[in-house]
Design a protein around this ligand. Structure first.
Ligand code: NAD
Ligand code: UDX
Length: 480
C-alpha cells in the first residue's frame, strides 16, 4: 500500500492532501505539522482555513484514509512518498533580505526526513522554491542518509485560494519534474500514478527538475504581470475617458491574449505573487541578469503604484483630507472566498488612509477582528530597503474598528471603499447605506463590482478603477 505523508498542513498541504485522499481510497494520507493549534483545527469542525467545498472533502475522508497529526517523525518514517509543503516566505534579514526565499523551514524538514527515514523515499517539493533547490535538498538528504535512497521530485502546486478544491479536482495541468535517470523516471511514474486516479494523462506534464521549478515561478510572474499590465492601463483610461472593462474585453477577445485575469483592481495580493516575483528577481540578480531582474521588478512596482493611486484618489476626492472622517472598508481578504489576508492590498490602502488620519470601520465576512488588528499593527516591510522598516505608531490602531456587517461599517461614514470582491457586496441595499451616510457620500470601488450608474442615480459620488470619472472627481486635483 502506498503511504503518503505531507509536511505542512497549510493552504496547500491541507486541501491538496484531502483531494488525494478522496480520489485515491487505496492510499493512506497523513498531513503533519509542527503547529498544534493548526492540526487540532484540522481535526475539528472548525477547519483552520476557509475554502469553498473543503469541509465536505475532509469530512468524507478524515479518519478513513486521511489523518492530521503532529507526530511528524512517525508519519514521515512510514511513508513511501513525502510531500514537503512548508512555507517559503521572503527573507526579512541577512543575505538577500527583502527578495530571496527563506528556506529555513524547508531545510529543517529535509534534515528531519534524513534523520528519521529507515527506508527509501520519494521526496516531493510541493512548496514554491527557487530553481536548484532540489539540488540543495538532495545534498542534505544524501549526506545524512545512511545508505537510504532518496529521489527528489518537483511537483509545484498551481491552485488558487478560493477555488482550491475545483482547481485540484480539475487542474489545467499537473507538473512533475525529476532526474532524467532510471531511478528518477521510476519516481516520476510513481507520482504520476497517484494523480492518474483522477487527472487525465495528457494533463500530467513531466519535465526535468529545473524546468518544473522555473515553471512555477514563471507562471506566477506571468499571471501577476497581466494584472499589473491591466492596472497600468486603468490609470491611462482614467486620464483619457476610456473604460478599462471595455479595453479588457476588447483585447481579451484576441485569442492570443485571452479573456482571463484581466480585471483591473486596487492591486494584487496573496501569499504568492509578490513573494515569488521577488524570489525570481533575486535569482536573476544572482545569475548576473540585472535587466531581467528589473523587468520583473516593475510588475511589483506597478502594483504598489496602484494601491498608492487608490489612496490618493480617496483623499483628493474628499477635499484633500480624510482626517477624522469615518471611512468604511468593505473587504479585507486578498480576494473573495478566502479569509487569507497575506499581502492583501487592503493593508496598504488602510495604512495609507490611516496615515492621513482617517477613522476606519472595517468589515469582511471571513476575516476575524484579531487578524485585521494584527495586520494593521505589523510594520510595513519595505522590500526595496529591508533595513529601514517603517514603524506603525501604536496610536494609529485606535483609528480602526471592526464591524459585524456592511451596514454597521458604513453608518455615518463619509466614504465607502470596496477592497475585496465578495459577492454579498454586490447585493447590498445601497439606498439604505446612502441614507445613513454623511453627505456628499462617496463610493470607491477598488474591485469594479458595483453598478456605477445605479449608485450615481442614488446620489453617490462614485470612483471605479479605470472607468470614466464623474464630474466631481475630474474637478479635484490630479492624482499623483
Ligand atoms: P502555510 O503557511 O499556510 O502552511 C505551511 C505550514 O507548514 C504551516 O502550517 C507551518 O506550521 C508548517 N511547517 C513549517 N515548517 C514545518 C516543519 N519543519 N515541519 C512541519 N510543519 C512545518 O503555507 P501555504 O500557503 O500552504 O504555502 C506552502 C507552500 O506552497 C509555499 O511555498 C507557497 O509558496 C506554495 N504555494 C502556495 C499557494 C497558495 O495559494 N497559498 C499556492 C501554490 C503554492
Ligand atoms: C495565485 C495563482 O493564481 C495560483 O496559480 C498559484 O498557485 C498561487 O498564486 P492566489 O494568490 O491564491 O493564486 O489567487 P489569484 O486568483 O491568482 O489572485 C491573486 C490576486 O490577484 C488577488 O488579490 C486577486 O484579487 C488579484 N487579481 C486576480 C486581480 O486583481 N485581477 C485579476 O484579473 C485576477
Amino acid at each position: 500500500m502506498v503511504k503518503i505523508c505531507c509536511i505542512g498542513a497549510g493552504y496547500v498541504g491541507g486541501p491538496t492532501m484531502a483531494v488525494i485522499a478522496l480520489k485515491c481510497p487505496s492510499i493512506e494520507v497523513a498531513v503533519v505539522d509542527i503547529s498544534v493549534p493548526r492540526i487540532n483545527a484540522w481535526n475539528s469542525d472548525q477547519l483552520p482555513i476557509y475554502e469553498p467545498g473543503l469541509e465536505e472533502v475532509v469530512k468524507q475522508c478524515r479518519g478513513k484514509n486521511l489523518f492530521f497529526s503532529t507526530d511528524v517523525e512517525k508519519h514521515v518514517r512510514e511513508a513511501n512518498i513525502v510531500f514537503v509543503s512548508v512555507n517559503t516566505p521572503t527573507k526579512t534579514q541577512g543575505l538577500g533580505a527583502g527578495k530571496a526565499a527563506d528556506l529555513t523551514y524547508w531545510e529543517s524538514a529535509a534534515r528531519m526526513i534524513a534523520d528519521v527515514s529507515k527506508s527509501d523515499k520519494i521526496v516531493v517539493e510541493k512548496s514554491t522554491v527557487p530553481v536548484k533547490t532540489a539540488e540543495a535538498i538532495e545534498k542534505i538528504l544524501m549526506h545524512n542518509s545512511r545508505g537510504i535512497n532518496f529521489q527528489i521530485l518537483s511537483n509545484p502546486e498551481f491552485l488558487a485560494e478560493g477555488t482550491a478544491i475545483n482547481d485540484l479536482f480539475k487542474p489545467d495541468r499537473v507538473l512533475i519534474g525529476g532526474r532524467e535517470t532510471p531511478e528518477g523516471m521510476k519516481a516520476i511514474k510513481a507520482l504520476k500514478d497517484v494523480y492518474a486516479h483522477w487527472v487525465p494523462e495528457d494533463r500530467i506534464l513531466c519535465t526535468n527538475l529545473w524546468s518544473a521549478e522555473v515553471s512555477k515561478l514563471a507562471a506566477n510572474a506571468f499571471l501577476a504581470q497581466r494584472i499589473s499590465s491591466v492596472n497600468a492601463m486603468s490609470a491611462l483610461c482614467e486620464a483619457t475617458g476610456a473604460d478599462v472593462s471595455q479595453v479588457s474585453h476588447a483585447i481579451g477577445f484576441d485569442s492570443r491574449i485571452g479573456p482571463k485575469f484581466l480585471n483591473a483592481s486596487v492591486g494584487f495580493g496573496g501569499s504568492c505573487f509578490q513573494k515569488d516575483i521577488l524570489n525570481l528577481v533575486y535569482i536573476c540578480e544572482c545569475n548576473g541578469l540585472p535587466e531581467v531582474a528589473n523587468y520583473w521588478k516593475q510588475v511589483i512596482k506597478v502594483n504598489d503604484y496602484q494601491k498608492t493611486r487608490f489612496v490618493n484618489r480617496v483623499v483628493s476626492s474628499m477635499f484633500n483630507t480624510v482626517s477624522g472622517k469615518k471611512i468604511a472598508i468593505l473587504g479585507f481578504a486578498f480576494k473573495k472566498d478566502t479569509g487569507d489576508t497575506r499581502e492583501t492590498p487592503a493593508i496598504d490602502v488602510c495604512k495609507g488612509l490611516m496615515g492621513d488620519k482617517a477613522r476606519l470601520s472595517i468589515y469582511d465576512p471571513q476575516v476575524p477582528e484579531e487578524h485585521i488588528q494584527r495586520d494593521l499593527q505589523m510594520n510595513k516591510f519595505d522590500w526595496d530597503h529591508p533595513i529601514h522598516l517603517q514603524p506603525t505608531s501604536p496610536s494609529t490602531i485606535n483609528q480602526v474598528i471592526v464591524a459585524s456587517d456592511a451596514y454597521e461599517a458604513t453608518k455615518d461614514s463619509h466614504g465607502v471603499c470596496i477592497l475585496t470582491e465578495w459577492d454579498e457586496f454586490k447585493n447590498l441595499d445601497y439606498q439604505k447605506i446612502y441614507n445613513n451616510m454623511q453627505k456628499p457620500a462617496f463610493v470607491f470601488d477598488g474591485r469594479n463590482i458595483l453598478d456605477v450608474e445605479k449608485l450615481r442615480k442614488i446620489g453617490f459620488i462614485v470612483y471605479s478603477i479605470g472607468k470614466p470619472l464623474d464630474k466631481w472627481l475630474k474637478d479635484m486635483p490630479a492624482v499623483a
